[in-house]
Design a protein around this ligand. Sequence first.
Ligand SMILES: [Zn+2]
Length: 302
Amino acid sequence: MDTYNPSYAYQHGESNSQSTFDALFAVAATPEQPAVPSQPKDDLSVVSHNIRRDAEGALNMGTEIIIIHVGDGDEQKEFVVHKNLLIKHSEYFQTMFRTDNWEEAKRGEVELETDDPEAFELFHQFVYTGCVFSQKQGDTARAVDEVNRTEEAGAAAGSADQSDRDSEMGRLCRAWELGQKLMSTSFKDAITDTMRSKVRAGEIPMHANAWIYPRSPENAAMRRLLVDIAVWYWNSPAFLEQKQYSERYHEYFYDIAVASDKLHLLRMQNASQHPISPIENGHSCFYHEHETDSTVCYRKMF
Ligand SMILES: [Zn+2]
């Protein structure tokens, strides 16, 4: 029997930044080519669409600054953030700063000892830019080991095992967990989009469920994304590999069974067509939570 190799998917997700750079350089060095590299028209239209905004939507950072200490001991990192942005993106901080009862609100300093500094760094960058800077040098090269280590982290059943710290997928899982704690719909929605983008690039997570399911409510959009990943992208050996988790994460496998049945019906009804996954084909807010809690989509915040 063939052995399923979870690293296969990762091999298709290599960043093309180097090749893009090479392409730009090649254009500039060849006299008969135009000096300006050609770009897809869509890219240009997106830029022109986003650059001009209504002044009403301008970022109001205010003047108050909060210092946030994240992590414990040598791992601790300090972040300086505008209070208005914390309030804008987190119900946790809204509650903290909009009542006078919290000692942190009076001091202007917050301790988040049990949280992951790397996850908070992603949140910090996100509230200022609307982007998730989760890709790091060497992620792809270490993918095989990272998958195995993430698996061990999952097997630790909820312990905050940091051994998969170099993996982008592990990084995104911990960032989502932080978003859940901070009650930040915008950040969580941005994380599901980032994971969705990875899947579309061929980087299929195999163990994110082991981290997310014990830390998420039943109606979490991230759960829905992970179920769709399994149903649409995993093959039989991939499911067999999950056997080790079947006792612990029965909710996940129940959700997969239900989703598989729906997909089976869809295939029966559209026998002549090959159905396309909602990860590829769904609308841009398909895995967002803002529609259920009536907040604004993060895409409209930046
Ligand atoms: Zn949305």
